[in-house]
Ligand binder design. Structure first.
Ligand code: EPU
Length: 418
């Protein structure tokens, strides 16, 4: 298993090219099931999760090729309708094939994802919506088996805002008979990106990006032709944290600042300076960060996917920061590891109290999930001495060539392969 060795303490400077968004690429890849033909998608990041989605599509009978910046998915020969446990257990987003399969082929057998490191993460709302659209759903030996002749439009209200739930049901509705209304829908930029791609395929969708989405079903869709995935806002946010904690000076190329309003406002309050330049967004870290509180909420609020990296910054800020996690019940796995590096953090329920210390010290630590790993990298970059981060396959799931990008801006970082 690969590990990263980071010797902290350098001010990082230079340009960083932000990759396409993982969480937009995954649903868009799943949406190819909705139409026969050859789909062509641009800016899909080269990541473990993308490869897992590719394997899943290939397992259904689709052709899947990545060539430079083009991802080609050929959906002419889909003949299997099952997402097996072995793939779903490595990536929960596999559940995104459920609705496209039922919408186009009238059936799907998808393994239930089960819990994961950050929480129980049920899919009850995906199933509730699909059932409302007329699908018959059975749960059998850990699998969801869904069948329908043709889905029909329905009014669906989400009790909890769910990103992949909104995406899955939007994909069910585009081929359904009649109109579907999704209320209390997720407003994340990745939901909007999927909607824009579906619209290019011929779908009729209004309101994506607001909490009410209206979809009028059509009889068929065209394959995706040269659709480019939006930049990864969480990768941008993570590099903002890198600049912030190292007192660095970075220019983020291919970053859409509007997707990060809440993060940018918070980091400005904490002393980070932002400047829009022709090349990209310039981010300058201060001599000493100032402690600020944060609370995670669905978009446009402060993202749960940035909580761990923000906490890493706060471990060395001046003052005390209260960080509340409200989206997932167990997303503090990074805390024990940050404490091994000398951080002063106390957790009570969903609230972490972080008292800034003068400096973190390098230590051997273990990555437990994707964003937790990112927070350990952020912390290690400013720590005194050497940090060894084990199990970085978590990081490779969601960050494209992160070690290489960090090395290019001056980090002392090495990947050890065993
Ligand atoms: N929830 C339910 N029932 C459902 C669905 C969700 O109770 O049927 C609950 C979840 O347990 C959670 C909350 O609703 O407490 C929000 O979960 P959501 O469904 O929005 O999460 P997700 O769609 O599974 C996506 C991202 C996550 C990101 C969350 C929140 C993808 C592939 N994943 O997950 O990304 O944290 O939205 O923004 O889009 C990551 O990239 O590291 C990551 C975990």
């Amino acid at each position: 298993m690969d590990r990263l060795v980071i010797r902290g303490g350098r001010r990082l400077k230079g340009e960083v090219q932000i990759s396409g968004a993982k969480n937009a690429a995954l649903p868009i890849m799943a949406s190819t099931i909705l139409s026969q033909g050859k789909h062509n998608i641009k800016d899909v990041p080269h990541l473990r999760d993308v490869m897992t989605m590719g394997k899943l599509l290939a397992n259904l009978g689709a052709g899947f090729h990545i060539h430079n910046n083009e991802t080609i998915i050929d959906c002419d020969r889909i003949k299997n309708f099952e997402a097996p446990y072995d793939l779903v257990k490595t990536m929960r987003a596999s559940v995104l094939v459920l609705c496209p399969l039922v919408a186009r082929f009238g059936r799907a057998k998808v393994s239930l994802p089960g819990g994961c490191a950050i929480g129980a993460r049920p899919i009850n709302l995906h199933l509730m919506g699909l059932e409302k659209m007329g699908a018959k759903i059975q749960l059998e030996s850990g699998y969801v088996i869904a069948k329908a002749t043709r889905l029909k439009g329905a009014s669906i209200y989400f009790d909890t805002i769910t990103v992949t739930g909104t995406e899955n049901l939007m994909m069910a509705a585009v081929l359904a008979k009649g109109t579907t209304i999704l209320e209390n829908a997720a407003r994340e930029p990745e939901v909007v990106d999927l909607a824009n791609c579906l619209i290019k395929m011929g779908a009729r969708i209004n309101g994506a990006g607001s909490s009410v989405i209206e979809i009028e079903g059509v009889d068929e869709l065209k394959p995706i032709a040269n659709y480019s995935i939006i930049p990864d806002r969480i990768e941008s946010g993570t590099f903002m944290a890198v600049a912030g904690i190292t007192g660095g000076d970075l220019v983020l190329k291919n970053c859409i600042p509007e997707h990060l309003d809440a993060v940018i406002m918070k980091l400005k309050d904490a002393g980070v300076v932002f400047k829009e330049t022709k090349k990209g967004l310039r981010v300058i870290g201060p001599e000493k960060l100032i402690a600020r509180d944060a609370k995670t909420i669905p978009y446009p609020g402060f993202p749960t996917d940035m909580q761990a990296q923000f906490m890493a910054m706060m471990t060395v800020a001046k003052g005390t920061s209260i960080i509340k996690e409200t989206v997932f019940e167990n997303r503090f796995m990074h805390v024990a590891e940050l404490k091994r590096m000398g951080a002063d953090i106390n957790i009570e329920g969903g609230t972490a109290t972080v008292k800034g210390v003068e400096r973190l010290k390098g230590a051997p630590v273990m990555a437990t999930d994707l964003r937790a790993s990112a927070s350990l990298v952020v912390a290690a970059l400013c720590a005194k001495g050497e940090t060894i981060i084990h199990r970085i396959y978590h990081l490779d799931r969601g960050y494209e060539r992160m070690d290489e990008k960090l090395r290019q801006i001056g980090a002392d970082i090495e990947r050890l392969t065993s």
